[in-house]
Ligand binder design. Structure first.
Ligand code: ASP
Length: 289
């Protein structure tokens, strides 16, 4: 099987840090593809690609995550493999790479999802030190929009929705597929809010048919279980047809990257913009469109 890696850097209505995001996506693709090219696993490749974007302050994941209404950063992340392994963390604080903690949940515990303070505690037990993911840019942005009432401003916050969540899907030379995703969630969310990213079958899903991750309004992605729905559609349709039907059916802004067991990929969005990139033996492509 020819290895393929696809990553996204979020979907939304307002692009920011466009050139920086393109560089970040390119770096993530290179870092993940080196692993695939040398015979490494899809899981190692997607986790590496996501770590590179979490470390990059221009994405809403890890360092660079957006603030909630209380000025705190709570992050969600997950990993899943085509043989059905899954791990996730939600509303985790003060770690550098939430995706690495999600992988530990998958590989070191009997559980699938660990949340909040206890996710942070789990990270420490696993040897991950304390890290403040707040960048000067996100601190400034928070101060500009700080509001005593979430409810009076929720529409305004929605309009500010910009791209920045990250995800990656891959197939390796053995035909194994994996997916990883990470986010700081929605800007100015309520404390304790969890999006679709760490919810199996919602923002992330994989089985023997394919692997997928979503970006966009997490509540809608979650409510409609889009991850599970679109992977099941691979029984009847090629990836592009599956995502085309999904976009036709659901009328809210989202972005999706999908791969099937033949290594065919689809990248699509109903939001105004999406940042994405793909790499394989055929070459590398990075777009914000
Ligand atoms: N889906 C993410 C969430 O709702 C946000 C995003 O994709 O930008 O937490």
């Amino acid at each position: 099987m020819e290895p393929v890696l696809v990553v996204h850097g979020g979907a939304g209505n307002k692009p920011y840090f466009i050139e920086e995001k393109k560089d970040g996506i390119s770096n993530a693709l290179e870092a993940g593809y080196v692993i695939l090219k040398s015979g490494g696993s899809a899981l190692d490749a997607v986790v590496k690609a996501v770590v590179v974007m979490e470390d990059d302050p221009h994405f809403n994941a890890g360092y660079g995550s957006v603030c909630g209404i209380d000025g705190q950063i709570e992050m969600d992340a997950s990993v899943m493999t085509s043989d059905g392994r899954f791990g996730a963390v939600a509303a985790i604080k003060n770690v550098k790479n939430p995706v690495l903690i999600a992988r530990k949940v998958m590989e070191e515990t009997e559980h699938h999802l660990i949340v909040g303070e206890n996710a942070t505690r789990f990270a420490r037990v696993m040897g991950f030190g304390s890290f403040n993911p707040l960048t000067p840019e996100q601190e400034k942005r928070y101060r500009e929009y700080k509001s005593p009432s979430y409810y009076s401003k929720v529409d305004e916050f929605r309009k500010l929705y910009g791209l920045g969540t990250v995800g990656a899907i891959a197939i390796d030379k053995n035909g194994d597929m994996a997916v990883a995703a990470s986010t700081g969630g929605l800007f100015m969310h309520l404390p304790g809010r969890v999006g679709d990213t760490p919810i199996i079958g919602a923002g992330i899903y994989a089985n023997a048919l394919g692997a997928v991750t979503f970006t966009g309004f997490g509540e809608r992605i979650m409510k409609n279980l889009l991850g599970k729905v679109v992977v099941e559609m691979l029984k009847d349709f090629e990836p592009y047809e599956a995502v085309r039907r999904l976009i036709q059916q659901y009328d809210f802004p989202f972005g999706v990257i999908l791969i099937d067991k033949k290594g065919r990929t689809a990248i699509a969005h109903s939001s105004r913009y999406m940042a994405w990139g793909t790499i394989s033996r055929k070459g590398k492509q990075v777009e914000i469109e």
